[in-house]
Design a protein around this ligand. Structure first.
Ligand code: FE2
Ligand code: FE2
Length: 182
């Protein structure tokens, strides 16, 4: 009896999203390490915490694939690059990465609609909402960097920025609280 409730195309697409979330976590780790090396301990801590959030997304998608009777295949994660040269480039990378992730999730939603796979469509709404919050956060942080002077920011304003971002909570419910599967 066929127990896999996901189409082959959907399985492949959801598996790619698992890899993409793992890649997003690696991007945040790379940025966090850069920030630490640049003496930006607050920014580094924020990015490290956010990397964990991406791992939670990855785990939730894996859980969903398995719940539907599908098989997760773990693929290689590409190296995240290039390293940023300053805080502005760092947060531009964050926003760009989040937008690319949203676009990938929109494609999954398109596929679920085309297949009339309403269970997957319903699951994906959680990810869509999550991405909306993450884009909002990324945009807010980039605004702060620009306000601090962007690439021309003085040491004094970078000092304040580092402190401020270090105190930024993950201003959205964690994936665990939002998890529709539990
Ligand atoms: Fe994510
Ligand atoms: Fe994200």
């Amino acid at each position: 009896m066929q127990t896999n409730r996901l189409s082959q195309e959907m399985s492949i697409a959801l598996n790619s999203q698992v890899t993409l979330e793992a890649f997003a976590a690696q991007v945040y780790l790379m940025l966090s390490s850069w920030a630490d090396d640049a003496g930006l301990d607050g920014i580094s801590a924020f990015l490290l915490k956010h990397s964990q959030e991406e791992r939670v997304h990855m785990a939730k998608i894996m859980e969903y694939i398995q719940e539907r009777g599908g098989k997760v295949t773990i693929e290689a994660i590409p190296k995240p690059e290039p390293e940023p040269k300053n805080a502005q480039e760092c947060f531009e990378t964050v926003l760009k990465q989040e937008i690319e992730n949203s676009e990938a999730i929109y494609k999954l939603v398109d596929l679920s609609m085309a297949e009339k796979d309403w269970a997957t469509f319903n699951f994906l709404q959680w990810l869509v909402a999550e991405q909306r919050e993450e884009e909002k956060l990324a945009l807010t942080l980039l605004d702060k960097v620009n306000l601090a002077g962007g690439k021309e920011a003085s040491y004094a304003s970078i000092y304040e920025l580092n402190k401020d971002i270090g105190g930024t909570g993950q201003e959205f419910p964690t994936a665990d609280e939002e998890n529709p599967l539990e």
